[in-house]
Each structure stands twice: as structure tokens, then as C-alpha cells.
Design a protein around this ligand. Structure first.
Ligand SMILES: C[S@@+](CC[C@H](N)C(=O)[O-])C[C@H]1O[C@@H](n2cnc3c(N)ncnc32)[C@H](O)[C@@H]1O
Length: 404
């Protein structure tokens, strides 16, 4: 009898602790391969202590309230995942049982829509979709018993998102506080050919040393991702400033007022004008039209100088700084020969016009990169989806230092 009462008190206490937005747990912040050093830097600059680094993310110990800040400010992160429970499961039945031990009625309203994303590496299951289905069934059955109502579920990540990692017989179940990936900033309504992911563009800029105090020149800008992300960095504006939906907004206990306070603080810290120019150009007028519209949605169109021209004609400003080109890298046979000439011309352009700049090429084709004919001072590895890429740095000294 006494034991039962003690257990009940413990369960109630656990519940209160779980749904307290101030309660700390492990937070896994995921990112694309290659972006971890920049993500770690960003997390530390927000005054969090990084507990561990992995190939595609970092972990910290923080609260759901902290997750609001992380979602708003991190430029290179994909998802901010709050650990709900870590447990062992050797079969789908055990997974179902363990998931139903969480007091879901404190976390999810039965009117919400639920989506489960799984990554599995276990002999218990062949298909990660089946693991997602099992987790979803367990949550939905639990809530149905409590409320007599089945929440809707499906693949859309627009409301409640749960992430499961199942390795051998160990499981980690997370609340995905981002919902949709943070690379989806909500400003790129007009993608042009082969647009770069926004998180990758931010990572490239951070790797280049760009901080807004120097000029940024972006020939071959396509849909303008690099130029827009540069403007957001220069203005100290949060990358998710124009995003209106996050996973945490659908959790029970979400404090709207606290969110508005964090956003207002971010607004106060951001600048209205640039101290150094940002120039973006492309040979295709349709690319510049798309880039302008995207910049307008991001609220930075007036601050970027757009030009339709061959990259060689890109107008320079007197201020020196960073120049980044992301030329096509050709995956079809025969394309390389056409592109060889372009890469050769980029080398000439750097030599003739870019003295005093830190010049960069972002490409996945190292054979084409050789055609540039200049010595790189740094080669950083990134991944554009599954494609391995390099950010090649060329220091274009002014005056007596040799360029080659
Ligand atoms: C790989 S895309 C750049 C994608 C861009 N980073 C983005 O996020 O959308 C390459 C761009 O180079 C442009 N381009 C190709 N040849 C060019 C040239 N000779 N001068 C200027 N732009 C050129 C293309 O029109 C295309 O928009």
C-alpha cells in the first residue's frame, strides 16, 4: 500500500519534471556532415557547453526553453532534438511498450498531428519505416486511451515531430523541437538551378571568415543563398527570423510570451545597415530575378547590389574582403569540357581583379578545380546532400607577394 503511494508520487514528480520547459536533458543538435566545427562554434558562442561532437551533430545539456534560442539563432543546424527517454529494446514489441511509458498526455494535445522519423541500425527490424510506425502506434494508442480520441499522424513535419534512433538494442527517443529542418528558412520561395542548402551556405561563409566587417562579392549567385545568408550574418539577424513554424510551438506547455521575448531581444541586437557592401551577380537574368525575390522575403533585398553579367564583369567596390564562386561542377559526360574553360577563366579573374581578397571556389569537381591554375591555401571538406565538395581558398595577395 505504502509502496504504491510512493510509486504514484514518484510518477507524478517525474511527469512534472518532464514537462517543465526549464528541465534540462540531453539536446542533440544535428547538422550536415562537414558542418560540425562551425556548429560547435555557434553553440559555444550562445554560451552553451558542448558535451560531445559526432560526425553529424553535437550534444549539450539544456532545457526546452533553451531549445527556443537554439532554433532561432543557429545558422548551421538541421534539428534541435530534446531527449525524452533512453531505453533498451530488442524487438518492436519492446519498443512499443517502452514508448508507452512516457506520459504523452502532458506533451501532446490529442488535436495535434504527429509525425515520427526513425534511423535504425538493429537486427530487430529491417525497415526504419516500421520502427516509425511502431512508435507512432504506441503514442496514438496511449493518447486514445487517455482522451478517447486518436490524433492524426503522417509524414508532414509541420506539427509534432518525434525522432527515434535505434542502434542494436539501444533506443533514444527525442522531441524534435525544430519540426521542419532549420535549413528551411522560409525565404527561398524561388529556387534557381541547383540551389545550395541555406545551412551549407551559412557554414561556407563562417568557414571563409566572413563576419560582415569586410566586403562580400558573390558572382554566379544563382538564387542568392550565399548573398542572403551573408546579409543575415552581417546584420546579426537570426537565420530563422522569417520562419513562422517550429516543432516546439505545438508542444503542451509552450510559452508564447517567452518566445516573443527571445525574438524581441534578437531584433534589438540586429543592425539595420551594412558596414561593408554585398554584391551578387549572375549571367542569367532569371537567376537574379529569383535571388531578388528571395532576398525580399528575407528582408535584405535593399542591402544587396544585384547585377546581371558574366562573372568577370562583376563590379567591385573599393573595400576588400571575401569573394566566393559556386560554379556548376558537371555530372554528365561531356559537360566537363565546357566547364574547363569557365574554371580557367575563374583563375584569370582571381589574378587580374581580386588582389587583396580572400577568394574561394566551392565545387565537387577536383579535376575542374585544377584548371584554375592557382595554388590553394586551404581545402575544406563539405557535403552538398551526399556529394563530397571542397571549399578551396586562394589568398590573392596585393603588391609584392606572389599570387601563384
Ligand atoms: C551552381 S549554380 C549556383 C547556385 C547558388 N549557390 C545558389 O545557392 O542558388 C551556378 C550559377 O552560375 C551561373 N553562371 C554560369 N556561368 C556563368 C558565368 N559565365 N557568369 C556568371 N554566372 C554564371 C549560373 O547561371 C548559375 O546560376
Amino acid at each position: 500500500m505504502y509502496f504504491l503511494t510512493y510509486m504514484n508520487i514518484l510518477i507524478i514528480l517525474l511527469r512534472v519534471i518532464l514537462m517543465d520547459f526549464k528541465h534540462k536533458s540531453t539536446i542533440l543538435i544535428t547538422c550536415a556532415k562537414g558542418l560540425v566545427p562551425y556548429l560547435k562554434n555557434e553553440v559555444e558562442r550562445l554560451s552553451f557547453c558542448v558535451d560531445s561532437c559526432h560526425a553529424t551533430g553535437v550534444t549539450i545539456t539544456a532545457s526546452l526553453h533553451d531549445a527556443l534560442t537554439l532554433n532561432l539563432f543557429l545558422r548551421t543546424a538541421y534539428n534541435v532534438l530534446y531527449l525524452l527517454r533512453k531505453f533498451s529494446a530488442a524487438t518492436p514489441e519492446e519498443l512499443y511498450r517502452e514508448v508507452s511509458c512516457i506520459p504523452w498526455e502532458d506533451i501532446i494535445d490529442p488535436d495535434e498531428y504527429i509525425s515520427v522519423v526513425s534511423q535504425t541500425d538493429t537486427p530487430a527490424i529491417r525497415n526504419s519505416v516500421f520502427a516509425s510506425q511502431t512508435v507512432k502506434d504506441s503514442i496514438v494508442d496511449y493518447l486514445c486511451k487517455k482522451h478517447g480520441k486518436r490524433p492524426n499522424s503522417g509524414p508532414s513535419r509541420s506539427n509534432i515531430v518525434i525522432n527515434l534512433y535505434w542502434k542494436e538494442n539501444r533506443c533514444w527517443l527525442y522531441l524534435n523541437t525544430s519540426g521542419q529542418k532549420l535549413s528551411d528558412r522560409n525565404y527561398r520561395k524561388n529556387p534557381f538551378i541547383a540551389p545550395m542548402q541555406e545551412t551549407l551556405a551559412a557554414g561556407i561563409l563562417l568557414a571563409s571568415g566572413y563576419d560582415g566587417s569586410q566586403a562580400f562579392i558573390n558572382p554566379m549567385c544563382g538564387s542568392g543563398t550565399l548573398a542572403i545568408e551573408a546579409a543575415l550574418i552581417a546584420l546579426n539577424r537570426p537565420p530563422a527570423g522569417v520562419r513562422i513554424n517550429f516543432g516546439f510551438m505545438h508542444l503542451k506547455g509552450f510559452d508564447k510570451q517567452a518566445w516573443h521575448t527571445i525574438r524581441r531581444t534578437a531584433q534589438k541586437l540586429s543592425k539595420k545597415t551594412l558596414i561593408a557592401p554585398i554584391v551578387a551577380s549572375d549571367i542569367d537574368a532569371k537567376a537574379i530575378e529569383a535571388a531578388r525575390k528571395n532576398a525580399m522575403t528575407a528582408g535584405v533585398e535593399q542591402l544587396i547590389q544585384f547585377h546581371v553579367c558574366d562573372f568577370i564583369q562583376t563590379p567591385f567596390t573599393s573595400q576588400k574582403g571575401v569573394i566566393i564562386l559556386n560554379p556548376e561542377y558537371g555530372i554528365r559526360m561531356g559537360e566537363d569540357r565546357e566547364l574547363e574553360a569557365t574554371y580557367q577563366r575563374i583563375g584569370d579573374f582571381f589574378k587580374q581583379k581580386c588582389a587583396g581578397f580572400n577568394a574561394f571556389i566551392f565545387t565537387a569537381n577536383m579535376n575542374l578545380a585544377k584548371k584554375v591554375g592557382l595554388k590553394t591555401s586551404q581545402r575544406l571538406q563539405f557535403f552538398n546532400a551526399q556529394i563530397e565538395c571542397r571549399l578551396l581558398k586562394y589568398e590573392m595577395y596585393q603588391g609584392s607577394k606572389r599570387i601563384r
